[in-house]
Design a protein around this ligand. Structure first.
Ligand SMILES: Nc1ncnc2c1ncn2[C@@H]1O[C@H](COP(=O)(O)OP(=O)(O)OP(=O)(O)O)[C@@H](O)[C@H]1O
Length: 239
């Protein structure tokens, strides 16, 4: 489970995350939605200890990320598929990560197989397409077989087969009782993948509901999202 308790992040005068409190429960895919700049990535970075909260806290299974000794066994995340060393092979990239958490090469081979990159495991990441890098990022999140998984825009750059694969993967990981937090701007895909939705705007909680509840009140998840975030858009093109 992920618990946010009055989580707040200020950058200078700007409040990127403003007093967020909610729980992400195991056994579901929870979609994390919000307009550009609403604070989703900042929230995920704070959950992962990559950014320190200004106040409040984020807990993973009751503990702060920084107090977990082998974090890859508790939480896995894909935040930025391009954040990889291009000169390394996919296999070596994963092996380096695995070693930091006492994970052996057999598990590296297993996750490469799981994400469909076994055939290119010895190729340098620099030559990978965005979709291949997304798959590699997902492999690194899965390495420690964690209960809690977070994915920031994982379907970017994936072909239709990859999009379907991600959807099935997310749902099967949740069905195994894991906690899955998934951010995406693709509403139709989110409606097919997630059961629960958290919407934020300007760093604040706007709505927490199931997809079923939202689509009962609005014609579609996209309509629900657009109506609920209408007052929270920071960057909207003129129409
Ligand atoms: N390191 C930083 N320094 C200053 N401001 C930052 C920093 N990181 C994020 N911000 C600001 O915090 C706000 C929230 O950004 P964040 O990237 O978390 O939003 P997001 O919801 O993930 O957006 P997107 O959907 O565009 O990816 C933005 O206004 C952004 O400019």
């Amino acid at each position: 489970m992920i618990q946010l308790q009055h989580l707040t992040k200020r950058y200078g005068d700007a409040l990127a995350v403003d007093d967020l409190s909610f729980n992400i429960e195991p056994g579901h895919v929870t979609g994390f939605l919000g307009p550009n700049g609403s604070g989703k990535s900042t929230t995920m970075r704070m959950i992962l200890g990559l950014d320190a909260p200004t106040s409040g806290q984020a807990l993973i299974n009751g503990r702060r990320y920084t107090s977990i000794s082998k974090p890859m066994h508790e939480v896995g995340a894909l935040l930025d598929a391009n954040a990889v060393h291009g000169g390394r092979s996919a296999y070596n990239h994963l092996l380096c990560l695995a070693r930091t958490n006492g994970i052996g090469p057999a598990r590296v081979a297993e996750v490469l197989e799981q994400v469909g990159l076994a055939g290119v495991a010895r190729r340098r990441v620099r030559g990978f397409s965005l979709g291949m890098k997304q798959r590699l990022g997902i492999a690194s999140a899965l390495l420690g077989d964690p209960d809690v998984l977070m994915f920031d825009e994982p379907v970017n750059g994936l072909d239709p087969d990859g999009v379907r694969w991600i959807r099935d993967l997310m749902r099967s990981l949740a069905a195994q009782g894991r906690t899955i937090l998934l951010s995406s701007h693709l509403m139709s895909e989110m409606a097919l993948t997630a059961e629960r939705i958290v919407i934020i705007g300007r760093g604040r909680l706007i709505a927490e509901a199931t997809v079923t509840e939202l689509t009962a009140r609005y014609p579609s998840l996209e309509d629900a999202y657009l109506a609920l975030t209408a007052g929270s858009l920071e960057y909207g093109a003129a129409r």
